[in-house]
Design a protein around this ligand. Structure first.
Ligand SMILES: Nc1ncnc2c1ncn2[C@@H]1O[C@H](COP(=O)(O)OP(=O)(O)O)[C@@H](O)[C@H]1O
Ligand SMILES: [Mg+2]
Length: 271
């Protein structure tokens, strides 16, 4: 993996109320390398969404700096970020503009000066990736919450941004579609060397990451690769495979003494 950060935060602090001493973020620092999947974890109110809003330029930090592609983000170049960073929030709300699903996804591409056929191709590809192609002629307002969310995700995929941020964006999906969509994202991330930040409570989602950042009360309290993070932070609930491994360990059954993914555990059990 290329060791060039696409995104770099240095000592970023932010508070919603300047009269208060309460910081939503305090001196947050971390890098995201190009092509990496970074998971951000933390309890409710730990500052995850605030962080996302700062990264996409919807808010401006009080101190510290944010660099995108080694360029410091400021008021002048902020607008450029819109094309390069795509974000999907938890609630798809009524952010739909098009009268059909496919129009809605296409709408995001209208400023990109693409030919009609290229645009159509991208929209179709994106809708297929989120399994919404069959419903392309539907009115978005008629869709379920999970379907709306998938259309919002298709809109971001179609834009092919350099960095995609999902702020608890998969919560509305049923477990099966969530798993399928996450697997799709993981494979396109690998294939196209995409950079993804996923903000999540779901540890099964977090294990797809290459790296994790833990926030607590606005501070980055730990960061590292997935295995190291589950090894170091015994209080966070790991995915099933790791829980199972620890259970065996507790019962005195000899198991490898480090974090194992589902696949690793299965391979080990089958030996
Ligand atoms: N619009 C807002 N106005 C005032 N305080 C806010 C606002 N949004 C979030 N906060 C506060 O900032 C802190 C971090 O919130 P947030 O970034 O939404 O956390 P998370 O996404 O991790 O749940 C919390 O204490 C929250 O109450
Ligand atoms: Mg949030």
């Amino acid at each position: 993996m290329e060791q060039v950060p696409i995104l770099s935060l240095k000592d970023v602090s932010y508070r919603y109320d300047m009269r208060s001493q309460r910081y939503a973020l305090s001196n947050a620092s971390f890098d995201v390398m190009r092509g990496q999947w970074l998971a951000i974890l933390g309890d409710n109110g730990s500052g995850k969404s605030t962080l996302a809003r700062l990264i996409v330029g919807l808010a401006t930090q009080e101190s510290g700096s944010i660099q995108f592609n080694q360029e410091v983000i400021n008021e002048q170049n902020k607008s450029k970020l819109r094309e390069k960073v795509g974000i999907v929030f938890q609630n798809p709300d009524n952010q739909f503009i098009g009268t059909t699903v496919q129009d809605d996804v296409a709408f995001a591409l209208e400023n990109l000066n693409m030919s009609y056929s290229d645009m159509k191709q991208r929209v179709f590809d994106a809708l297929k990736q989120v399994d919404m192609y069959e419903l392309r002629d539907k009115d978005p307002s008629q869709l379920s919450g999970g379907q709306k969310q998938r259309v919002a995700i298709a809109g971001i995929l179609a834009l092919e941004p350099e960095l995609m941020i999902f702020d608890e964006a998969f919560i509305m999906l049923d477990p099966k579609s969530r798993r399928e969509l996450l697997n799709t994202l993981k494979s396109i991330q690998r294939k196209y060397h995409l950079t993804i930040i996923s903000i999540t409570h779901d540890h099964n989602e977090a294990v797809l990451a290459d790296r994790m950042v833990f926030l607590n009360e606005g501070r980055v309290v730990d960061q590292g690769n997935v295995q190291a993070m589950f090894d170091r932070n015994r209080d966070i609930q790991p995915p099933f495979a790791e829980q199972f491994r620890r259970e065996l360990e507790q019962r005195g059954i000899p198991v490898p003494n480090h974090y194992m993914s589902d696949d690793e555990l299965v391979a080990w059990l089958c030996e």
